[in-house]
Design a protein around this ligand. Structure first.
Ligand SMILES: Cc1ncc(COP(=O)(O)O)c(C=O)c1O
Length: 387
């Protein structure tokens, strides 16, 4: 094989379920000089990452840091550290990622009670209350805050109260919610949380911001059995991210630069301003979709601002539309997963991608493609509604 030419990726508008577009300064940070993972300057930066991550997660938890790995590594970090064989857990399943948590918990040897909702709907507090009647003393209850596979946002405050009353730990997945809509770890009484860098933080994929409360940490440090994963064992990771600074693994240095810059940008914009931007752009897209007589499939009143699950109308070629958006307009949107395959487009407005310009550009392209394919809609009026 001859040596390939250097890889030059095309520029895309990443309007799918993630990754989202990164701010130029985040991309530039990736090309900064390499440092050793125990260099005092790198260590200083790690401390800044931890405190900025606490601010974004709205927590004072000391054990707050980015796990090396994607969002799934964050999920695995929480479950392998908190669960031991035979433990009982209750997990909300209203899409792909609740299902993934169940699989992982079962791999930890836990007995899983699934609380299922139809895809697109939220997990209701009453469902958790009912599950707690069957399994009154679970070790842990987990829900996905923002289900990226369906675009539903499950409110967690009431669920948290029920979990606290049962004496269990409360875990939430904030891979898609963090930095796009409110996530209040301490106020909501969450014991364990994980996220990903590539969604509303607008950083490349590769790190999983996590946080454990004192209660959760106590559970992880007083286990009967060793954590099944060496790489994700918080007892070992604490040695590197804590005060001792002992070698555990070689941190992905450049990704940490990128996360530092991404967190800095989130705080510079301000959490409230950032959430308002996500909300307004979602509403602009929704107004355009209304004009186009297209619907968002997730439960009304609980629709994510950062991920819009648009129903594919009868007779429209879902994959064909996505392909044209990508090849003719450089816009990436996501397909439906599992039972949603062919039924929805997932239109992401996450982080740096959530701009009015992107909404307008998408509506124009989408309307043109749909009309050319035989679905009649008023693109001009839809664009006006989005503005
Ligand atoms: C809600 C949610 N949880 C977990 C994950 C897994 O994250 P990753 O793909 O970064 O491993 C994703 C990824 O899309 C997600 O959206």
């Amino acid at each position: 094989m001859s040596n390939p030419a250097p890889f030059n990726p095309p520029v895309r508008s990443l309007m799918g379920p993630g990754p989202s577009n990164c701010a130029p300064s985040v991309l530039q940070s990736l090309s900064k000089p390499m440092l050793g993972h125990l260099d005092p300057e790198f260590v200083r930066m790690m401390e800044e990452i931890k405190s900025m991550q606490r601010a974004v997660m709205q927590t004072k938890n000391l054990m707050t840091f980015p796990v090396s790995g994607t969002g799934s590594a964050g999920m695995e970090f929480c479950l392998v550290n908190l669960l031991e064989p035979g433990d009982e857990v209750i997990i909300g399943v209203n899409g792909v990622f609740g299902g993934r948590m169940c699989d992982l918990a079962e791999r930890c040897g836990a007995k899983v009670t699934k609380v299922s909702s139809d895809w697109g709907r939220i997990i209701e507090p009453q469902q958790i209350a009912d599950a707690l009647k069957q399994t009154p003393k679970p070790k842990l209850v987990a829900v996905v805050h923002a289900e990226t596979s369906t675009g539903a946002l499950t409110p967690v405050e009431e669920v948290s109260k029920l979990v606290r009353e049962a004496g269990a730990l409360f875990l939430i997945d904030t891979v898609t919610s963090l930095a796009g809509c409110p996530v209040k770890i301490d106020e909501w009484g969450v014991d364990a949380v994980y996220s990903g860098t590539q969604k509303c933080l607008s950083c490349p994929p590769g790190l999983a911001p996590v946080s454990l409360s004192e209660r959760a940490l106590k559970v992880a440090t007083s286990r009967r059995t060793k954590v099944q994963s060496w790489y994700l064992d918080v007892n070992l990771l604490a040695g590197y991210w804590g005060e001792e600074r002992v070698y555990h693994h070689t941190a992905p240095i450049s990704m940490n630069y990128a996360l530092h810059e991404a967190l800095r940008l989130v705080l510079e914009e301000g959490l409230e301003a950032r959430f308002a931007r996500h909300r307004e752009n979602h509403l602009a897209l929704k107004a355009a979709l209304d004009v186009m007589k297209l619907k968002i499939m997730s439960q009304e009143g609980h629709q994510l601002w950062q991920l819009n699950a648009v129903q594919v109308p009868e007779g429209v070629d879902e994959a064909g539309v996505r392909k044209q958006l990508l090849t003719q307009y450089g816009i990436e949107v996501g397909a439906g997963l599992g039972p949603m395959k062919g039924k929805i487009w997932r239109v992401g407005l996450m982080g740096a991608t959530s701009t009015r310009d992107n909404v307008v550009k998408f509506v124009q392209a989408f309307g043109d493609i749909l009309n050319a394919g035989g679905y009649t809609c008023d693109t001009k009026a839809a664009v006006a509604a989005a503005k």
